[in-house]
Design a protein around this ligand. Structure first.
Ligand code: SME
Length: 157
Protein backbone atom coordinates (compact mmCIF):
# COMPACT_ATOMS: atom_id res chain seq x y z
CA UNK A 1 0.00 0.00 0.00
CA UNK A 2 1.35 3.46 -0.84
CA UNK A 3 2.01 5.79 2.06
CA UNK A 4 -0.53 8.21 0.65
CA UNK A 5 -3.19 5.50 0.72
CA UNK A 6 -2.07 4.34 4.18
CA UNK A 7 -2.56 7.83 5.64
CA UNK A 8 -5.87 8.32 3.82
CA UNK A 9 -7.12 5.13 5.45
CA UNK A 10 -5.63 6.03 8.85
CA UNK A 11 -7.08 9.52 8.81
CA UNK A 12 -10.47 8.12 7.78
CA UNK A 13 -10.24 5.75 10.76
CA UNK A 14 -9.47 8.69 13.03
CA UNK A 15 -12.46 10.61 11.69
CA UNK A 16 -14.71 7.62 12.45
CA UNK A 17 -13.17 7.05 15.87
CA UNK A 18 -13.72 10.66 16.92
CA UNK A 19 -17.13 11.11 15.31
CA UNK A 20 -19.10 10.46 18.51
CA UNK A 21 -16.92 12.49 20.87
CA UNK A 22 -15.63 16.08 20.85
CA UNK A 23 -13.73 16.16 24.14
CA UNK A 24 -10.14 17.27 23.49
CA UNK A 25 -8.55 15.07 26.17
CA UNK A 26 -10.52 11.96 25.20
CA UNK A 27 -9.78 12.52 21.51
CA UNK A 28 -6.04 13.07 21.94
CA UNK A 29 -5.95 9.88 24.07
CA UNK A 30 -7.64 7.83 21.37
CA UNK A 31 -5.61 9.50 18.62
CA UNK A 32 -2.34 8.44 20.30
CA UNK A 33 -3.63 4.88 20.71
CA UNK A 34 -4.61 4.73 17.03
CA UNK A 35 -1.18 5.95 15.90
CA UNK A 36 0.62 3.48 18.15
CA UNK A 37 -1.56 0.64 16.88
CA UNK A 38 -1.29 1.42 13.17
CA UNK A 39 2.18 2.90 12.53
CA UNK A 40 4.99 0.42 12.10
CA UNK A 41 8.40 0.83 13.68
CA UNK A 42 7.53 3.50 16.24
CA UNK A 43 8.21 3.48 19.99
CA UNK A 44 6.23 6.53 21.14
CA UNK A 45 3.21 8.52 19.92
CA UNK A 46 1.50 11.25 21.82
CA UNK A 47 0.88 14.84 22.72
CA UNK A 48 2.38 17.67 24.71
CA UNK A 49 0.09 20.58 25.62
CA UNK A 50 1.31 24.16 25.79
CA UNK A 51 0.97 26.00 29.12
CA UNK A 52 2.56 29.45 28.97
CA UNK A 53 6.15 28.90 27.92
CA UNK A 54 6.35 25.18 28.58
CA UNK A 55 5.00 21.99 27.09
CA UNK A 56 3.51 19.44 29.47
CA UNK A 57 3.00 15.75 28.80
CA UNK A 58 -0.45 14.82 27.51
CA UNK A 59 -1.98 11.51 26.42
CA UNK A 60 0.49 9.11 24.80
CA UNK A 61 1.38 5.50 24.10
CA UNK A 62 4.87 4.16 24.76
CA UNK A 63 7.31 4.35 27.64
CA UNK A 64 6.91 7.01 30.35
CA UNK A 65 8.30 10.33 29.06
CA UNK A 66 9.63 13.72 30.18
CA UNK A 67 6.77 15.69 31.67
CA UNK A 68 7.88 19.28 30.94
CA UNK A 69 9.73 20.74 27.95
CA UNK A 70 10.50 24.47 27.75
CA UNK A 71 9.48 26.18 24.48
CA UNK A 72 12.60 26.23 22.31
CA UNK A 73 14.11 23.09 23.89
CA UNK A 74 14.42 19.80 22.05
CA UNK A 75 12.49 18.87 18.94
CA UNK A 76 9.08 19.50 20.49
CA UNK A 77 10.13 22.89 21.80
CA UNK A 78 11.59 23.80 18.41
CA UNK A 79 8.26 23.00 16.71
CA UNK A 80 6.53 25.52 18.99
CA UNK A 81 9.19 28.24 18.85
CA UNK A 82 9.47 28.08 15.04
CA UNK A 83 5.81 27.27 14.36
CA UNK A 84 7.05 24.62 11.92
CA UNK A 85 6.75 20.84 11.85
CA UNK A 86 10.02 19.07 12.57
CA UNK A 87 11.16 15.99 10.63
CA UNK A 88 14.37 14.74 12.26
CA UNK A 89 16.21 11.78 10.72
CA UNK A 90 18.67 11.37 13.58
CA UNK A 91 17.66 12.92 16.88
CA UNK A 92 21.17 12.42 18.30
CA UNK A 93 22.37 15.04 15.79
CA UNK A 94 19.63 17.51 16.77
CA UNK A 95 21.01 20.26 19.03
CA UNK A 96 19.31 20.09 22.44
CA UNK A 97 17.35 16.94 21.72
CA UNK A 98 15.69 15.66 24.89
CA UNK A 99 16.27 11.93 25.19
CA UNK A 100 13.24 10.61 27.06
CA UNK A 101 14.04 7.17 25.68
CA UNK A 102 17.60 6.50 24.47
CA UNK A 103 16.15 4.09 21.91
CA UNK A 104 14.45 6.90 19.94
CA UNK A 105 16.40 7.66 16.75
CA UNK A 106 14.10 9.66 14.49
CA UNK A 107 11.08 11.80 15.11
CA UNK A 108 8.24 13.87 13.66
CA UNK A 109 6.70 16.74 15.62
CA UNK A 110 3.67 18.66 14.33
CA UNK A 111 2.61 21.84 16.14
CA UNK A 112 -1.15 22.10 16.75
CA UNK A 113 -2.96 25.40 16.17
CA UNK A 114 -6.57 26.41 16.64
CA UNK A 115 -8.44 28.51 14.09
CA UNK A 116 -7.36 31.71 15.82
CA UNK A 117 -3.71 30.72 15.37
CA UNK A 118 -3.21 29.88 19.03
CA UNK A 119 -0.69 27.06 19.62
CA UNK A 120 -2.23 24.28 21.71
CA UNK A 121 0.75 21.94 21.81
CA UNK A 122 2.36 19.32 19.62
CA UNK A 123 1.88 15.84 18.21
CA UNK A 124 5.11 13.85 18.64
CA UNK A 125 5.91 10.47 17.03
CA UNK A 126 9.23 8.70 17.67
CA UNK A 127 10.91 5.71 16.04
CA UNK A 128 13.84 3.51 17.06
CA UNK A 129 15.06 3.57 13.41
CA UNK A 130 17.12 6.38 11.88
CA UNK A 131 15.25 8.21 9.08
CA UNK A 132 12.03 6.26 9.70
CA UNK A 133 9.84 9.16 8.54
CA UNK A 134 9.61 10.62 5.02
CA UNK A 135 8.02 13.84 3.77
CA UNK A 136 4.96 11.71 2.95
CA UNK A 137 4.77 10.56 6.58
CA UNK A 138 5.01 14.17 7.66
CA UNK A 139 2.19 15.22 5.31
CA UNK A 140 0.07 12.27 6.51
CA UNK A 141 0.64 13.20 10.16
CA UNK A 142 -0.16 16.86 9.46
CA UNK A 143 -3.48 15.69 7.97
CA UNK A 144 -3.98 13.48 11.03
CA UNK A 145 -3.55 16.57 13.22
CA UNK A 146 -6.06 18.50 11.07
CA UNK A 147 -8.69 15.75 11.48
CA UNK A 148 -8.09 15.71 15.25
CA UNK A 149 -8.41 19.49 15.54
CA UNK A 150 -11.60 19.74 13.48
CA UNK A 151 -13.16 16.82 15.39
CA UNK A 152 -12.55 18.23 18.86
CA UNK A 153 -13.77 21.08 21.04
CA UNK A 154 -10.53 22.80 21.91
CA UNK A 155 -9.58 24.02 25.38
CA UNK A 156 -10.86 27.53 26.17
CA UNK A 157 -8.23 30.28 26.01
N1 SME B 1 12.20 13.83 21.85
C1 SME B 1 11.47 14.93 22.29
C2 SME B 1 11.09 14.82 23.73
C3 SME B 1 9.80 14.12 23.92
S1 SME B 1 9.96 12.47 23.85
O1 SME B 1 10.52 12.05 22.61
C4 SME B 1 8.54 11.69 24.13
C5 SME B 1 12.19 16.24 22.05
O2 SME B 1 13.41 16.32 21.93
O3 SME B 1 11.48 17.21 21.97
Amino acid sequence: MSLNKFYNTLNGQLEGLLSAERDWLANTANASALLFMELEDINWAGFYFLYGDELRLGPFQGKPACTRIPVGAGVCGAAVSTGESQLVDDVHQFPGHIACDAVSASEVVVPLYDEAGRCLGVLDVDSPSVARFSEEDLAGLQDFARVLLKSSDLPAS
